[in-house]
Design a protein around this ligand. Sequence first.
Ligand code: NDP
Length: 322
Amino acid sequence: MKAVQITKTGGPETVCLVDIDRPMPAAGQVLVEVKAIGVNFIDIYYREGVYPAPLPLTLGQEAAGMVVEVGANVGRFHVGDRVAWCTSLGAYAEFAVVPEAALVAVPATVTFEQAAASLLQGMTAQYLTTSTFALKASDTALLHAGAGGVGLLLTQMAVEAGAHVISTVSTPEKAKLAREAGAHDVILYSQKDFEPAVKKITGGRGVDVVYDSVGRETFERSLRCLRHRGMLVLFGASSGSVPPFDLIQLSRGGSLFLTRPSLAHYVESREELEARSADVFQRVERGTLKLRIHQSFPLAEAAKAQEALQSRATTGKLLLVP
Ligand code: NDP
């Protein structure tokens, strides 16, 4: 079968399409014929070695497909079931073995492409808006990269929760998409400083929460956009990691809260994984969560897809199709 692997960490040039044996499901594992694969920033972190993993590594951790074989002691899934996952490596391939515990069922009305386009980023937007900082109708939220994969979903969920959403984006085209997703105010942070703009929009008070996935370039100003006792949710590092930080700044900013969440910790139990994925798929089925697939690439162009994501040129989701 075809798979996309790295044998050493580094840039896009390390990514190779290879022929390898189709894996066999061990006890507790399921063999899935992959139909659609989600491309995520975390795949780039694995390629670069930011997250260490044994080599050779088949990249990717999000996909949807059909169960074709089950290992011993697998009770929840059967051959022919439509499934998806987003926390098990090896997704950039024609077939993948996945622990039963990582799989969720895909409803009949949700396509494989929709499942691969919504599970990881959708559950991220879901836990950020319902658990990390559970948004209320009276809240004002600032979120960066509002036309990105997570950004468009986060915007829609925050708006559905009734919050006032201020979104930052880098281009007028992205501003249009952020507005279409429901953002009430959109700031072109490539053209003007978002900090004074946010202060102006909130009448000097500041926002209740900032969802910041950009990291190094926005972190300090994000903190300064908060109201007293507001929360900065730093959930990504698209512009690089935030350098060491003196906690006294949280006091000076007005007894602020800071958290650095990861999806894995919000789907640790079977109950949480099922509840969050069901919530995301139901929103897709109801049409309250619109998915934007920017582009689908063949498996052989996985490196190109990752370059596109890193280049800041994409909006919404990137998929690979085996
Ligand atoms: P996006 O589609 O949001 O792409 C990244 C966007 O970040 C770009 O389009 C760009 O938007 C913005 N950006 C700002 N500065 C830079 C820069 N220097 N280089 C590249 N991009 C930049 O990606 P995803 O939706 O896949 O992921 C968004 C972030 O969320 C990532 O950091 C990812 O790691 C994180 N994440 C975290 C999770 C968690 O649980 N903690 C789970 C899922 C994702 P613009 O041009 O508008 O500035």
